[in-house]
Design a protein around this ligand. Structure first.
Ligand code: CA
Length: 475
């Protein structure tokens, strides 16, 4: 009988930026348990999402497809095509025990609730931090009920209970998907006292003035400060403060809660790792920790994600699997969220459906980058000026050194929500010279030939990935 493949534990949190993890060199917090995965395995330094928003990234991870293929281009009403092949079903069909607990965020109507899982219990929508409601399915159909306690603990309890009850003779794939640290960042009692008498260091670009980046300047509702809610800040906004002081004040208010909420995630990752070690499962289990996209931790003066800038684009991705991965290793090849399901099927020895657009990163994890591995990636954010954050739709390409972004300003998704004041805009960043992306050099003549090459590659990717609407460039 063929080797059944390793077990998989896929831990994904929501909006956890890599620069709030000590294994990625965080200057603002410690994540000792999450770091255990990186120390025992590999850290990916250039893992990117293809659309930095919760629902779209989750749809890409399930189906191995970009947003324009799977349909989940924005939050709602855009929906993931339920007929696309998704990895949980393929693993289940091939002898894996499968389960998901926690955040789902792809809908909980009969046609959009989790499929291909032996067991599932998920939060409706974003879910709540305290005493959360859950949805599961039994012989009477979909059931809603409330659990008492803190969401990160409860989701971990469900995961551990399922592991204890599983059939030990068949491999498993467990998705432990935390709601945390998505806003509004309500910490549990255990961590509420962290950072009380200290200031968290400010990021270098907290007071970005957005000069020569008009689209970034328009996203005023992503700025730390006046547009954050009482729930975000647990306080009224002192509007009498000048903007700079207000930003500094609001940054401390939200970042401390964000980090407190992450401390609970870290503790709970430790509980899962402890269980695997105690049961002797750690050798034959691939454990992954990631987040659906990154997050601005005051970077560029923002909270939230959406933009193709580094802090939102980059996903943390650490993975431990002693049979194949050198402990403490680091990889900087370009990996994408659409690659994840290809990895899972590769591990299980299951062939990929034709619809998958990514590629298994298993060779990267073994330290063997294929010669023809990608050296550029395509990104597209669709949710044009949503009236809530005012981030404009854009697409772009990132290579190891450059990033070219085009804010295409056609307002197709939500006409009338800002398009009338917005002109198309190109941005080019030289990430070697300008890692903070403060200097748009698109109009600098010395980059003309680089821009020409990047546009060619951008259009090649749009054609290859079948995002055909734009590959005949309008510029
Ligand atoms: Ca998210």
């Amino acid at each position: 009988m063929a080797d059944p493949g390793p077990n998989i534990i896929f831990i994904m949190s929501d909006d956890h930026a890599s620069h709030a993890m000590s294994c990625y060199g965080s200057q603002i917090n410690q994540t000792p348990n999450i770091d255990r995965i990186a120390k025992g395995g590999m850290r990916l330094d250039n893992c990117f999402c293809t659309n930095a928003l919760c629902t779209p990234s989750r749809a890409s991870i399930l189906t191995g497809t970009y947003s324009h293929i799977n349909g989940a281009t924005t939050l709602s009403p855009a929906r993931m095509n339920p007929d696309l092949a998704a990895f949980p079903q393929l693993l289940q069909d091939n002898g894996y025990q499968t389960a998901i607990f926690g955040k789902w965020h792809l809908g909980t109507e009969p046609d959009s609730c989790p499929k291909g899982f032996d067991d599932w219990t998920v939060l409706p929508g974003q879910g709540r931090y305290h005493n959360p409601e859950f949805i599961c399915e039994n012989e009477n159909g979909l059931q809603r009920y409330t659990e008492t306690g803190y969401v990160t603990d409860i989701v971990t309890d469900m995961s551990l209970d399922w592991l204890k009850d599983r059939n030990p003779d068949a491999p498993f794939c467990l998705l432990c998907h935390h709601k945390a640290p998505h806003r509004p960042w309500y910490p549990d009692e255990k961590h509420a006292g962290m950072f009380l008498n200290e200031d968290v260091p400010e990021p270098e670009t907290l007071y970005d003035d957005y000069s020569n980046r008009a689209s970034a300047a328009e996203a005023a509702r992503m700025r730390v400060g006046p547009h954050m809610s009482y729930r975000d800040l647990k306080s009224e906004v002192p509007e009498e403060l000048p903007e700079k002081q207000l930003r500094a004040w609001a940054y401390q208010r939200y970042i401390k809660d964000y980090l407190r909420v992450i401390a609970s995630v870290d503790d709970n990752v430790g509980r899962l790792l402890d269980y695997l070690e105690e049961e002797g499962l750690d050798e034959n289990t691939m454990v992954i920790y990631t987040s659906d996209q990154g997050f601005f931790l005051g970077d560029h003066g923002w909270f939230d994600k959406r933009f193709m800038y580094e802090e939102a684009l980059r996903m943390p991705f650490i993975v431990k699997y002693p049979k194949e991965i050198e402990p403490g290793s680091v990889n900087d090849d370009i990996a994408l969220n659409v690659d994840f399901p290809s990895l899972f099927l590769d591990l299980a020895g299951v062939s990929e459906p034709e619809s998958f657009q990514g590629r298994s990163i298993r060779p990267l994890l073994r330290g063997e980058t294929p010669d023809d591995w990608r050296d550029s990636m395509y990104y597209r954010y669709w949710m044009h000026g949503d009236g809530c954050h005012n981030a404009y739709a854009h697409y772009g390409i990132r290579t190891k050194r450059y990033k070219l972004i085009y804010y295409y300003a056609d307002g197709l998704n939500q006409p009338g929500t800002g398009d009338e004041i917005h002109e198309p805009e190109w941005e080019l960043f030289d990430l070697h010279q300008d890692p903070c992306e403060l200097h748009n050099v698109y109009n600098d003549p010395q980059y003309a030939s680089i821009i020409k090459d990047l546009k060619e590659e951008l259009h090649r990717l749009q054609a290859e990935l079948r995002d055909e609407r734009y590959y005949k460039d309008r510029d």
